[in-house]
Design a protein around this ligand. Structure first.
Ligand code: GYE
Length: 324
C-alpha cells in the first residue's frame, strides 16, 4: 500500500513514481484523503469515440451528467470519431495534464499497451468505459465498467435457437476488433453458430447495416434471419429487407442488441423480433468507480452493467420510458 499525498511539483512527481511502481505490482494505492490534489476535486480525462448513434450519444450524456462539477468532478472530454490514433493522443494529453484518472472508451481492443504503459509510469490509473481491451501489460487498467457483451450474444443466440431453430442467419457485425463485436459474436456463435451462413461488418451504423444487408441478401438469398450487433444496424437491415421486396418479420426476421426507443418501436410494430438490452446510462455507476479509483481504493476488476431483453410484448409505457 503506497500513500498518494496532496503534493505539488517535484514531490508530486516523486509520489507519482511510487504510485506507478505500485500499479505495476498490482498493489492498491491510497491517497491521503484527497482526489490527488488538495481541493477534493477528481480530475477525469474521458476519451470517448464518435458522438453519432443513439447509444453512444446517450452514453456520453449520462457520463457527462454524472461527472458534473457539482458532483466533485472536473471533466476533460474528447470525442475521436472512431480513430484509435486520436484516442491515443487524448490519453497523452491527459497524462501531460496530470489528471487524477483516465476514462477510456476504446474503439477497438488491440494496440493500447504503449500508451497505457505511459499512464502507468505516470501513476495515473485508467478505467475502461463500455468496451474492453486485450493486453499483456500487468496493471494496464484498474477496471472496466460496461456490459457483458458475450452474454448479450449468447442471449440473442438462445432466442434464435428456441424461436427460429431452422433459420439461416446472416450476422451483421459491429466494428471489427471492437469488444462489442468480438464478445457478441463469440456469444452468439457459441449458441447458434451452426445457423450462421454468412457474416460481414456494418460498422455499427444504420447506413452500414442497410448497405451490407442489401449485399448479403443478394449473396445469400436463403437468409431469413439477421442477427445485428446493434440496433442502428438492425434498423438499416429492416430498410434493406423492404428494399429487396421482402417482408421484415415475415420473410426475414431481425434480432438485435441495445434497446433504443426507435428499435423498441420497430419491435412493437413487428419489424424486429427480439432485442437484448445494452444500457448506456451507467454514468452514475462509473462516477462511483472513478471516485474510488482516484482515492486509491481497490475496486473489482469488472463492474458489469446489467441489461434485460425485450420481445413483442414490449409496452408503450416501456418504450416511452427509454432515454435513448
Ligand atoms: O451496442 C453500439 C455502439 O460498445 C456497447 O457501441 C457499445 C456499442 C453499442 O456503437 O450501439
Amino acid at each position: 500500500m503506497v500513500e498518494r499525498r496532496c503534493v505539488r511539483g517535484g514531490a508530486r512527481r516523486l509520489v507519482r513514481g511510487l504510485v506507478a511502481a505500485a500499479l505495476a505490482a498490482g498493489v492498491a494505492v491510497a491517497p491521503s484523503g484527497c482526489g490527488g490534489r488538495d481541493d477534493g476535486v477528481v480530475r477525469v480525462g474521458f476519451s470517448q469515440f464518435v458522438a453519432a448513434g443513439s447509444w453512444r450519444a446517450a452514453n456520453t450524456a449520462s457520463v457527462r451528467a454524472a461527472l458534473a462539477p457539482a458532483a466533485g468532478f472536473e471533466l476533460t472530454f474528447s470525442d475521436e470519431e472512431q480513430r484509435q490514433e486520436g484516442q491515443v493522443e487524448d490519453l497523452r494529453r491527459f497524462i501531460a495534464a496530470d489528471v487524477d484518472v483516465i476514462a477510456l472508451s476504446p474503439v477497438v481492443q488491440d494496440g493500447w499497451d504503449e500508451v497505457l504503459l505511459e499512464a502507468r509510469d505516470a501513476g495515473i490509473p485508467v478505467v475502461l468505459v463500455d468496451r474492453g481491451i486485450t493486453t499483456d501489460l500487468p496493471g494496464a487498467y484498474a477496471t472496466r465498467v460496461g456490459a457483458d457483451f458475450r452474454s448479450e450474444g449468447e442471449r440473442a443466440g438462445r432466442w434464435v435457437r428456441e424461436h427460429a431453430p431452422g433459420a439461416r442467419v446472416f450476422e451483421l457485425q459491429g466494428t471489427l476488433g471492437s469488444g462489442a463485436q468480438t464478445g457478441r459474436q463469440q456469444g452468439f456463435d457459441a449458441v447458434a453458430g451452426d445457423q450462421v451462413v454468412g457474416a460481414a461488418t456494418g460498422g455499427f451504423t444504420r447506413a452500414g447495416g442497410r448497405d451490407v444487408t442489401a449485399a448479403a441478401l443478394e449473396a445469400w438469398p436463403d437468409v431469413d434471419l439477421v442477427f445485428a450487433h446493434n440496433d442502428d444496424m438492425a434498423l438499416g437491415a429492416v430498410e434493406a429487407v423492404r428494399a429487396a421486396g421482402r417482408r421484415p418479420g415475415v420473410d426475414v426476421r431481425v434480432v438485435s442488441v441495445d434497446g433504443t426507443r426507435e428499435a423498441l418501436r420497430a419491435l412493437a410494430a413487428g419489424d424486429l423480433e427480439h432485442v437484448v438490452e445494452c444500457d448506456p446510462a451507467f454514468g452514475e455507476q462509473l462516477a462511483g468507480v472513478l471516485r474510488r479509483v482516484a482515492a486509491g481504493e481497490r475496486v473489482p476488476d469488472r463492474v458489469v452493467v446489467p441489461g434485460r431483453e425485450f420481445d413483442r410484448t414490449v409496452t408503450a409505457a416501456e418504450i416511452d420510458a427509454r432515454t435513448y
